[in-house]
Design a protein around this ligand. Structure first.
Ligand SMILES: Nc1ncnc2c1ncn2[C@@H]1O[C@H](COP(=O)(O)OP(=O)(O)OP(=O)(O)O)[C@@H](O)[C@H]1O
Length: 236
């Protein structure tokens, strides 16, 4: 089954066009990485998929249903979870309170939902009473992901989760996401500029350049930086 189908998607800010006709599909259970330099439209793409920015052309379908004009709330209810760049957790609320906020959309009981998520993110168990703002950047990123999972999304949109995060937590995040792929029925679209992270998690890797998906890169190109540079002009 196709989870997400994006065709000819356009959007931008005011009169400035950024997405210039984006096309791609993600099968249910697929992990797709979208690789691109700063400013190529990665965040704009996710914001448009989530409905925070209106599409000015093209279509977005979730499980075959056209959601191009749906509000972010309706998309979240339909199973799309978004972990924005910069994490955007509530800094003045404790870790537990942040997770509770994530449960507002949960269909199951709050206690069970949080217990399950804490099994998946053991590091957060020790931090439940701490304010979000007093966590390290990596811990905040894990919290943002955990909070998103409280809503039991089927499709997660993940915006550059490694930005400004120390390597040990990046490893933990890779492990956590790979475990989640096994244990939950998850589909993921990850936008990134870090090659190692995207290669560790993605079954398919698409390149975004100037607001378009310009190609799919064979996995072996990621393992060979010179080949990647030749293919897509991206330096490792
Ligand atoms: N609110 C805004 N108003 C006008 N232009 C914007 C706005 N936000 C982003 N842009 C522009 O849109 C283009 C794409 O930005 P976007 O954030 O989608 O890129 P990105 O690939 O996610 O890069 P980064 O890795 O830096 O986040 C950039 O040229 C940026 O300057």
């Amino acid at each position: 089954m196709t989870m997400l189908e994006v065709s000819g998607l356009r959007s931008g800010y005011g009169r400035i066009p950024i997405l210039a006709g984006v096309d791609f599909k993600v099968e249910a259970g697929g992990f797709v990485g979208i690789l691109g330099h700063n400013g190529m439209g990665k965040t704009t793409l996710l914001r448009t998929l989530m409905g925070y920015l209106p599409a000015t052309g093209g279509h977005v379908k979730l499980k075959g249903k056209d959601i191009t004009k749906a509000s972010p709330y309706v998309r979240a209810r339909a199973g799309i979870g978004f972990v924005p760049q910069g994490r955007e957790i509530f800094p003045a609320l404790s870790v537990l309170e942040n997770l509770r906020m994530g449960c507002l959309l949960a269909k199951t009981n709050e206690k069970q939902t949080i217990e399950q998520v804490l099994e998946e993110f053991p590091r957060l168990k020790r931090l439940l009473d701490r304010n979000g703002g007093a966590l390290s950047g990596g811990e905040q990123q894990l919290l943002a992901l955990a909070r998103c999972l409280c809503g039991d999304p089927k499709l997660i949109l993940l915006d550059e989760p490694t930005e400004g995060i120390q390597p040990s937590i990046i490893e933990e995040m890779i492990e956590t996401l790979l475990n989640l792929r096994q244990s939950r029925d998850l589909t993921m679209v990850l936008v990134e500029q870090k090659l190692n992270f995207i290669a560790a998690l993605s079954q398919r890797i698409l390149i975004i350049q100037k607001g378009r998906i310009t190609r799919e890169v064979p996995p072996e190109a990621i393992a060979d930086p010179s080949m990647l540079e030749e293919f897509v002009g991206i330096e490792a």
